[in-house]
Design a protein around this ligand. Structure first.
Ligand SMILES: Cc1cc2nc3c(=O)[nH]c(=O)nc-3n(C[C@H](O)[C@H](O)[C@H](O)COP(=O)(O)O)c2cc1C
Length: 325
């Protein structure tokens, strides 16, 4: 029997499958279901900054919210009862009934709010904290250094104040992503989650309105995280988790070969149901058996870039003759 256990950010996971932060991890019944079907861990639905602002009645004074639609829809659909206190209680309850690690998630856009909440999440019993930092670099005046500094301030202040392992979940919009992630990794975080998938914008040409599209990913969206995890996992001293487009057991194996310690899955469970966690695990076990692997560590990072490797395949950006016959 293949042993799928892995250590991610110091947490011992029975397998590398983590149910990503989303509505599938927003209440106790769903989290229990994730565990029953065999997930290695869960990341709770994020606690949003807006949620806290609602409690302090500051929300409506903010102007940026309508531009941040994932958060906006979440906030619109919830009542005051779903505030941070509910979130903290959820962690306590989950820790009483579930034995898999529970990662809390904070959606941050600035450092000021987060230190107190991070401490409270720690006190509530979360096993780790994922910072869901989603800044869309759309400001015409803000330089990349200024944006990176916001990330840094959040990371530094949170890491300083809590003892939990902290992961940072980022999107792909950085000018110099290798350098930036390397700098983040030196700030005391234990994990990097590549890459968050942001709200997809579309246009309704009949009604001349903006609208959302494709809330769920497709499998062909995985190549970006695969490339960067393969390029960086052996060179940056941090555990990597892959997210976006990981849909099957073979996708998980690819990410592990690239060097990921874990994967965070969401869309594939919306499409196929919780029971699909078991199928993914079976697919990984079958592949390991076929290749005579007994442990994940025997093949993890086998295709991550080593110093001596040629860079071309990892970094090739243009197709050269790909469709020539
Ligand atoms: C309905 C929905 C809600 C989500 N909510 C959150 C959230 O609260 N926090 C977060 O960090 N990511 C959130 N995500 C992003 C997922 O955690 C995940 O990173 C993303 O969907 C890409 O993974 P996938 O391709 O497996 O879906 C959400 C995704 C969906 C579809």
């Amino acid at each position: 029997m293949a042993n799928l256990s892995t250590v991610y950010m110091g947490l011992e996971l029975k397998n590398p499958l983590i149910v990503a932060s989303c509505d599938l991890t927003s209440n106790i019944e769903r989290i229990k279901r994730c565990e029953e079907e065999g997930a290695g861990a869960v990341v709770l639905k994020s606690l949003y900054e807006e949620q806290i602002e609602i409690e302090t009645e500051e929300l409506m004074r903010k102007s940026w919210l309508p531009g941040h639609t994932e958060a906006f829809e979440y906030v619109r659909g919830m009542s005051m009862a779903n505030g941070p206190s509910t979130y903290l209680n959820l962690i306590k309850e989950v820790k009483e009934v579930a034995s898999i690690p529970v990662v809390a998630s904070l959606n941050c856009v600035s450092a000021k709010w987060w230190v107190d909440y991070a401490k409270q999440l720690e006190q509530s019993g979360a096993d780790a904290l994922e910072l869901n930092i989603s800044l869309l670099p759309s400001d015409l005046k803000r330089t990349s250094e200024e944006i990176e500094q916001i990330y840094m301030d959040i990371i530094e202040r949170v890491v300083e104040e809590i003892n939990l392992p902290v992961a940072v979940k980022v999107g792909p919009y950085f000018t110099s992503i290798a350098k930036v992630l390397n700098v983040f990794s030196k700030k005391g975080i234990k994990g990097l989650v590549l890459f968050n998938r942001f709200y997809q914008l579309d246009i309704d040409v009949k009604n001349f309105t903006l609208k959302g599209s494709n809330p769920l990913s497709s499998p062909n969206e995985m190549s970006n995280s695969l490339r960067w995890i393969a390029l960086l996992s052996n060179r940056i001293p941090c555990d990597f988790a892959a997210t976006t487009g990981v849909h099957t057991g073979i996708d998980v194996i690819k990410q592990i070969l690239a060097g990921a310690k874990a994967v965070e899955i969401c869309s594939t469970l919306y499409k196929n149901g919780f029971k699909y966690i078991k199928s993914i695990i079976e697919e990984i076990e079958d592949w390991m058996k076929e290749h005579s692997y007994e442990k994940i560590e025997e093949f993890r990072g086998k295709l991550s870039k080593k110093e001596e490797d040629k860079i071309e395949l990892y970094e090739r950006q243009q197709y050269i003759g790909a469709l020539n016959k």
